[in-house]
Design a protein around this ligand. Structure first.
Ligand SMILES: NC(=O)C1=CN([C@@H]2O[C@H](COP(=O)(O)OP(=O)(O)OC[C@H]3O[C@@H](n4cnc5c(N)ncnc54)[C@H](OP(=O)(O)O)[C@@H]3O)[C@@H](O)[C@H]2O)C=CC1
Ligand SMILES: O=C(O)C(=O)CO
Length: 313
């Protein structure tokens, strides 16, 4: 079995050796331009078109992350990049859910305990206890309730917050109220105080967090964008912060990354920023998952994690 690998920033040697250990019978190599030698599987992130096109014998392509929007947009520009019938897989969790839980829970508690307000008071050397927020006024809504959103929802429910989620299909997560489809988006937003985005980037979800959506949230809402920058209309968020509809935001992803120096988001006192690291690929867990999936394919089984090219995620 031959496996080719390309990632613009990962430690290639670690991945070549790690995959070799996971699949001792395989030959794993870094792909270089001009390499047209046969391959059964490809592990990729931002793959050059020529790496995959024409490789009719591939049995699977693995995206080395959870979101496949960059690969799918490239595929749209170069439809023959992925030979017909070759399945595309993505990473399902592989250690990312725990990171998302850490990120979301810590920030929700930060807002709930009003640490942002106390930080502002500290700047004025003011000793001033504030009213507590009540859990019943702190409904958390997850936009996207898949592998990551579902786990984040469950971890917040365990903290006793009212939690709801919105997805294409109905969910049954313990302690989480599920809303599904465009027709239930309004009901989901009504009363949501903390909005956490974990949707994939698809034509249906681009720009979904806009003025119209923000205006339907509870007053003094909080917004956390952990998915993709294109989901959020940044100017609409700034307007909602200005009007007081939104009290604070925590953003990990941006329409343009790295976030340009001149972006007004940097200086806004009620926006917290991290540089797209809410959840990163954990090599060991990812390699174990990919090797397991390859073994399932080789055994004629149907592994989970296959991307639907039709749905775009
Ligand atoms: N900031 C970071 O560091 C990282 C960000 N990400 C981002 O997180 C995203 C989510 O990852 P993951 O949970 O694994 O993805 P999943 O595919 O498992 O979950 C996506 C969820 O979104 C729902 N959804 C998709 N389209 C729609 C729609 N049109 N209307 C309503 N709901 C919709 C799906 O519904 P259904 O369940 O019914 O299909 C599903 O619940 C990734 O696509 C990526 O962009 C991922 C990793 C790290
Ligand atoms: O895996 C993903 O989709 C990411 O965004 C990683 O940072």
């Amino acid at each position: 079995m031959d496996i080719i690998f390309h990632h613009p920033t990962f430690n290639t040697q670690l991945w070549l050796e790690g995959m070799q250990q996971q699949l001792p019978g395989a030959t794993v190599r870094q792909w270089h331009p001009g390499d047209n030698q046969p391959a059964d599987y490809a592990l990729v992130w931002h793959p050059p078109v020529e790496m995959l096109s024409g490789r009719e014998t591939l049995k699977g392509v693995f995206a080395l992350g959870a979101g496949v929007d960059s690969i799918l947009s490239k595929l749209q520009a170069h439809p023959d990049m992925l030979p017909a019938g070759v399945p595309l897989f993505r990473l399902e969790d592989t250690g990312m859910a725990l990171q998302m839980q850490e990120y979301a829970v810590s920030q929700v508690l930060h807002w709930f305990r009003r640490f942002d307000d106390y930080q502002a008071l500290k700047q004025q050397s003011k000793w001033q206890p504030l009213d507590d927020y009540r859990r019943e006024d702190f409904t958390i809504g997850l936009l996207g309730a898949g592998v990551l959103g579902g786990k984040v929802a469950e971890s917040l429910a365990a903290w006793g917050f009212p939690v709801r989620c919105w997805s294409r299909s109905k969910k049954e997560y313990p302690g989480v109220t599920s809303f599904a489809g465009t027709e239930q988006l309004g009901d989901f937003l009504k009363g949501t105080r903390v909005l956490i985005n974990l949707l994939p980037n698809t034509p249906q979800t681009v720009g979904i967090i806009n003025s119209q959506l923000l205006n339907q949230l509870a007053d003094e809402a909080f917004v956390m964008n952990l998915a993709r920058g294109v989901h959020l209309v940044e100017s609409d968020l700034l307007a909602a912060l200005e009007s007081g509809k939104v009290k604070g935001a925590m953003l990990d992803v941006f329409a343009k990354e790295p976030l340009p120096m001149e972006s007004p988001l940097w200086k806004h006192p009620r926006i917290a920023i991290t540089p797209h690291l809410a959840a990163v690929t954990r090599p060991q867990e990812a390699m174990e998952y990919i090797a397991k999936t390859i073994r399932q394919i080789e055994n004629g089984e149907s592994p989970s994690g296959q991307v639907s090219l039709h749905h775009g995620y």
